[in-house]
Every structure is written in structure tokens, then in C-alpha cells.
Design a protein. Sequence first.
Length: 240
Amino acid sequence: MLLNFPNALTCCNLICGCMATGAAFHGHFHWAFLMIILGAVFDFFDGMAARALHISSPIGKELDSLADVVTFGVAPSAMLFQAFGMVQYPEWLQPVQAYLPYTAFLMAAFSALRLAKFNLDERQTTSFIGLPTPANALFWSALIVGQPAYLASPRFNAVFLFLFMLMFCFLLIAEIPLFALKFKDFTWQNNRVKFIFLFGVLLILPLFLDAKTGIDPTAIAMIILWYIALSMVAWKFKLN
């Protein structure tokens, strides 16, 4: 039974992704967001369980990638598909208004490419090359849940959403190193970028704190933008 425990957790991740996708297509964004978060939790613990039990199998690796494509590729793409129906369309773009939402599934394709590259890339043991798919999924789901009024406002439109989506598709497969939040020790010299990141998180969270509703999901989207920006600065100036 223990031999199948990590795969059972991976299947839970897959189920969460399927539920998130279904919820997104019905416009239940908060439920989809929660399912993506829960899927990320299962994704974290299935790997931890496999390492703790010293279990590694080809089927587990393939199953993990399949689950991640659904939870962190298809589910946020479904939310983005719906978001394209919320935004304003300039007059010149209205002839393709019915078709543009389908471009959201480009993100699912690029997420699959990102996962395939990760499986074959031996450089990504202590850091990432390109934006991890869970971070991308959490960014989009948190943004759509946290800022529906802004997405639907005249200040934002389908062109911005499309270009923003393309930028994140590029980040998924870009040859840009992004740090992993793993600590081998807690010295400043070896972890300064991670400590700076955590300090920034502590500054961001109070900005999105509401006494009645708690933390606005937008905080997660802003934290991921901070993570991307800091990773690029660290890469540019060789701070790692």
C-alpha cells in the first residue's frame, strides 16, 4: 500500500485539476482557485512522500506530469478562457471577439512544453529554468479571482490580456533561471536572494489584508510577480 501512496497523492492532484477546470467553465472562479491551490499542495507532498519512502518509478513520473498539465495548465487556461469573456474589446477587435478566448489554451500547451523540458533538463535540480507551472497557475487564478472588476473595466481590455498571456507563455519556456525556495543552510551569503524575497513577501501581504475578508487573492499574484522580477535581477547581476 505504501508503494502506491505517492501515486495516490498525484491522482488527488489530478482530480483537483479536473474539478478546477469544471468550476472555471461554470464561472465558479473561487472554487477553481481553491482547487488549484489544493492541487499544488498534493503536488508538493507527492514528491516529498516519494523521497521519504525511497520510491521512484517511471509511472509515477509520467503520472505527475499528466496531473500537472491538467491542474497547472488546463485549469488556469479555462479560467483565462472565461476571463476573455469579461474584458472589454476595442471596436476593431470585435469581429474576432467570439474566437479570441480560445487562444487561452495556448497557455496549456506552453505549460505542457515547460513540464516536458523539466523532465529532461538535468540543470533544474536546485533552481528552475523558466517559470514553474504551479507559479503560473497560481498567478492567473489569483488575478482572475482577486481583480474581476479591474479586468472588466475600460482601463483593461482584451489586447492587454492577450499580450500578458503571451508574455507568461514565453516565461514558461524561457532560458531564464529562477531561484527555488530551498534552504541547505540559513546563511546570508548562500541565501541572500531567498531572504530578500521573503522580506518582500512580508511587505506585500499587509497591502492586501482586509479585516473582513482576510488576504485578497491578488496578494498571491503580486508575490509571483515579485518572484519573477527578483529572479531576473538576480540572474542579471549574478546575485545567486
